[in-house]
Design a protein around this ligand. Structure first.
Ligand code: AMP
Ligand code: ZN
Length: 369
């Protein structure tokens, strides 16, 4: 790092330090198991059993960064990387059943599968900085999640709702939490980054985490759908499979915005990624999410608030809600992904199988009653 001029020091603040996990030891010990992260059926719950909750995200991110070539002294301050990962993992609440560090690590893993099994980088013409921003966004996108959704915060006029004026209050909070972690002296992996690069990566990360609010689902999808239609009407492009052509036209600003639209779509897709993993894994995520929702519903009842969608434990039929969620959100999201990147068809295959499994559980339940 000798060549660097310190560029980004004004944001450093000294705070009480946490002890970094002994990542080097963990890497050595679990190297064989971690080699399986390239496997589409990689079981993150097994990894948690093996290494313990708090180590999953640092270990997962270390391997993903390594394989994608992001542990690179040209772009991050490598010495601070382990500490940063430790603090991101600890910035999640383990008591939150679904939106904890395991989900953060899983979203990184889904994204990693999409990137390594397709030509996303070529199509989106992403730089190494974009890729870095994307994986960091995935790792930190639900930081500090308290286990209560935006609807609850708005209805209860919580501190977060007041702070962020009811607008994507959780996602604003996750983003701010991530940047507060980053600005601690011991975590500032961006410390030596050129100011313009820092501005760019910050812009990307803020955009990407805000895009994970489900309220933006339709908009995120419609932008990408419009781009696909352009491609499809240009027969020449389809024939040549030269789909990155569009990003080369236009000025720098247009290119940046079009890339942002794709990056937002990719993180949103990865955030929903567990629904397209094999049933044995997907069902475990659904159980955790359902319990988190129901806990919120219990609090809403206690506080005499209206009970949020899917949060009433006395009213929700899980198989039915899952058939509904897959049909309403998952197929529309992943149809686009597979249209753009046919090599990612395994996601849709799994979603189709999950639909069959939930439908069969629903049929069995109906027969019994
Ligand atoms: P995030 O909160 O950032 O993880 O955004 C994803 C959101 O999608 C979750 O909070 C849930 O509201 C929703 N979601 C994802 N998977 C499911 C599912 N299988 N059933 C119901 N809602 C889901
Ligand atoms: Zn999430």
């Amino acid at each position: 790092n000798k060549d660097y001029k310190k560029k980004n020091t004004n944001t450093n603040i000294k705070t009480k330090k946490t002890t970094s996990v002994d990542l080097n030891n963990l890497i050595e010990k679990h190297f064989e198991f971690m080699k399986n992260i390239t496997d589409k059926d990689f079981n993150i719950f097994k990894l948690k059993k093996l290494v313990g909750y708090k180590n999953v995200l640092p270990l997962m991110c270390h391997f993903i960064f390594k394989i994608l070539g992001l542990i690179n002294t040209r772009i991050i301050y490598v010495k601070k990387f382990n500490h940063f990962l430790t603090d991101v993992s600890q910035g999640y609440l383990e008591t939150t059943l679904y939106h904890n560090a395991l989900h953060g690590a899983d979203v990184c893993h889904s994204l990693f599968l999409y990137i390594t099994n397709s030509n996303i980088e070529e199509v989106c013409q992403t730089s190494i900085l974009d890729l870095l921003g994307l994986v960091i966004s995935a790792a930190g996108h639900d930081l500090g999640h308290p286990g209560y959704n935006n609807n609850f915060h708005v209805n209860s006029s919580s501190e977060l709702a007041l702070t962020y004026n009811d607008i994507s209050c959780l996602e604003n909070f996750h983003t701010a939490t991530l940047f507060k972690i980053l600005r601690k002296e011991e975590n500032n992996i961006f410390e030596y980054m050129e100011v313009n690069n820092y501005k760019q990566i910050r812009k990307r990360i803020v955009n990407q985490i805000l895009a994970t609010d489900m309220i933006n689902h339709a908009m995120v999808l419609s932008c990408v759908k419009a781009k696909i239609s352009e491609w499809e009407t240009d027969n020449n492009l389809v024939e040549n499979k030269n789909r990155n052509f569009q990003f080369l036209s236009g000025n720098e600003k247009t290119k940046f915005d079009e890339q942002q639209m794709m990056l937002n779509y990719l993180i949103h897709t990865a955030d929903l990624g567990h629904n397209t993993k094999k049933f044995e894994i997907s069902i475990q995520w659904v159980e955790l999410l359902t319990e988190e929702f129901w806990k919120q519903g219990d609090t809403e009842k206690e506080k005499n608030l209206s009970i949020s969608f899917l949060c009433d434990r006395n009213d929700v039929d899980v198989p039915q809600s899952q058939v509904g969620f897959l049909k309403a959100f998952i197929f529309s999201t992943f149809d686009i992904l597979v249209k753009m990147f046919p090599s990612l068809h395994f996601t849709l295959d799994n979603a189709n199988n999950n639909l069959k499994e939930w439908q069969s559980l629903l049929d069995q339940k109906r027969k019994r009653t």
